[in-house]
Design a protein around this ligand. Structure first.
Ligand code: FNR
Length: 182
């Protein structure tokens, strides 16, 4: 059976370039993973006061992360950090204390922006957060400079060199996740 991959997009923007990249990565991962993009844009702002009676969307997020063999996060960079919508999801899934859904998970990180090394800083911040929460944060730094036609309507990466690079990233991730899931 294929490994179950949960993909999280760190953007709630309708035309998100990170969602486009995530959809392309889902397609490139089809050989190794059974992948689904999970929703984070309907979560309420984290507030400890909500914890005694947790909203269903936050319980759904925890179930989806716990059910996955591996998690891929595709994140934008907001002011040299991760977007609030992503941090919010990370925080919800890490709670309640002692029931961190990230524990033991194999996670890979990538992202895209219009800038040449856009998302480098946000990815490093994300890795640091996950080092404290997750099991393994897979190595390999992939920063994608997004051009308008990089991903076509069928979720194909149009640039051959970029496609090969991203395929290598996914294949390495799948190999490590497979070993850890065995
Ligand atoms: C940005 N953007 C941005 N880009 C970048 O490379 N480094 C940065 O620090 C920032 N900072 C930043 C802050 C805020 C508040 C916004 C709204 C945007 C631009 C960003 O890369 C661009 O909006 C992308 O389109 C975001 O990705 P999604 O939402 O399209 O996936």
């Amino acid at each position: 059976a294929k490994l179950k991959l949960a993909v999280i997009v760190g953007s709630n923007r309708r035309e998100s370039i990170n969602r486009k990249l995530a959809e392309a990565l889902v397609k490139l991962s089809a050989g190794a993973f059974d992948a689904t993009i999970i929703q984070i844009d309907d979560l309420p702002m984290f507030n400890q006061d909500l914890e005694p009676n947790r909203p269903e969307s936050t319980l759904r997020l925890k179930r989806e992360i716990e059910a996955a063999d591996a998690i891929l996060i595709v994140t934008p960079e907001h002011n040299r950090s991760i977007p609030a919508v992503l941090k919010n999801a990370i925080d919800w899934a890490s709670r309640p204390y002692g029931k961190n859904s990230w524990a033991g998970k194999t996670v890979a990180v990538t992202g895209t922006s219009g800038g040449a090394v856009g998302t480098a800083v946000s990815q490093n911040e994300l890795r640091m957060i996950l080092t404290n929460l997750a099991g393994v944060v897979v190595g390999g730094q992939v920063f994608v400079t997004f051009k308008d036609d990089l991903v076509d309507a069928q979720h194909n990466v149009t640039n051959e060199a970029t496609r090969g690079f991203l395929q290598g990233f996914i294949d390495n991730f799948a190999q490590i996740a497979g070993k850890l899931a065995a």
